[in-house]
Design a protein around this ligand. Structure first.
Ligand code: CP
Length: 309
């Protein structure tokens, strides 16, 4: 099945059958990664550039590894050390990369909508690796892949997403993607960190973390994004931990054997204690592992579409 669009900008833009195709392709990619010989020739002769205006470990590294495993030539441009620091505009930077015969640009930017702005003006395919407080589609795809791997299907899964919903592009992309695939999403967090109209994305907004986690199959914590807060939105970290952390007492409300997720990086002792992060119920490291396979699948499907055009 061919992806409809040249770019992957958000879960909003993906149809359920496209999500299913990406997850199915990721299964094959995971088999390749586990086979002992990670090298394939799917992207031989193609070029991929990661353009990161914000910090990243998991997303950037997994896209770079995915590109290399599939034989593409890959390079990275980050704000520090590039002409972005001399004041070059986003459009000029993106066009400069585009005219160097780049096939796919993987971009992270602090402004919501930045990838949507450049995508129609470029020949390269754009993959949104996180835009401001809008979306982080490949994180949602790897989260959904991890849930599907554990439960076999996303249909009917009860997913609780807890914490700093307001600043979380992960919460938005997961809510949109999971509801499209038949899961039920409940969100909870401080009222000051709950966007107005969140329920319009298809989730239930709960008053307490306990209400969200009660009977859940999946309990997802979110990073408290202090760097995006211009003023403090909660009284203190100990108070945040007391009311919004996923601790043992809260987790005991979920279904027995429920899985614990976190997109990372985690503030240990804020969003959850290390005991939960490292517990047998935690699939946080599996999320990272699956990120490589999912990003291989995304790059492969976008490149297949380009080859057919
Ligand atoms: N989850 C996530 O996007 O992590 P990085 O910021 O390390 O890429």
């Amino acid at each position: 099945m061919k992806l409809r669009n040249k770019d992957l900008l958000g879960m909003k833009e993906l149809q359920p059958e496209e999500i299913a195709e990406i997850l199915k392709t990721a299964e094959l990619m995971k088999m390749v990664l586990k086979s002992g010989n990670k090298k394939t020739s799917h992207l031989q002769g193609k070029s991929i550039v990661t353009l990161f205006y914000e910090n990243s470990t998991r997303t950037r590294l997994s896209f770079e590894m995915a590109s290399k495993f599939m034989g593409a030539s890959s390079a990275n441009v980050s704000a520090s050390g590039s002409s972005i620091n001399k004041g070059e505009s986003l459009m000029d930077t993106a066009r400069t990369i585009d005219v160097m015969s780049t096939d796919i640009i993987v971009m992270r930017h602090s402004q919501s909508g930045a990838p949507h702005f450049i995508a129609p003006k470029l020949s390269a395919s754009i993959v949104n690796a996180g835009d401001g407080m809008n979306e982080h589609p490949t994180q949602a795809l790897l989260d959904m892949y991890t849930m599907k791997e554990k439960y076999g299907s996303l249909e009917g899964l009860e997913v609780a997403i807890c914490g700093d919903i307001y600043h979380s592009r992960v919460a938005r992309s997961n809510t949109i993607g999971l509801t499209k695939m038949g899961a039920r999403v409940r969100v909870a967090g401080p009222a000051t960190m709950m966007p107005v109209g969140m329920e319009k994305l298809g989730c239930t907004v709960c008053k307490t973390v306990a209400d969200a986690v009660d009977g859940a199959d999946v309990v997802m914590g979110l990073r408290l994004q202090l760097e995006r807060q211009t003023k403090s939105l909660f009284p203190s970290v100990p108070e945040y931990y007391k009311y919004y952390a996923i601790d043992q007492k809260i987790l005991s409300l979920a279904k027995p054997g429920a899985i614990v997720m976190h997109p990372g990086p985690c503030n240990h002792g804020v969003e959850m204690p290390t005991l939960i992060y490292d517990s047998p119920q935690s699939v946080i490291n599996e999320q990272v592992t699956n990120g490589v396979a999912v990003r291989m699948a995304v790059l492969y499907l976008l490149m297949t579409r380009r080859n057919q055009e």
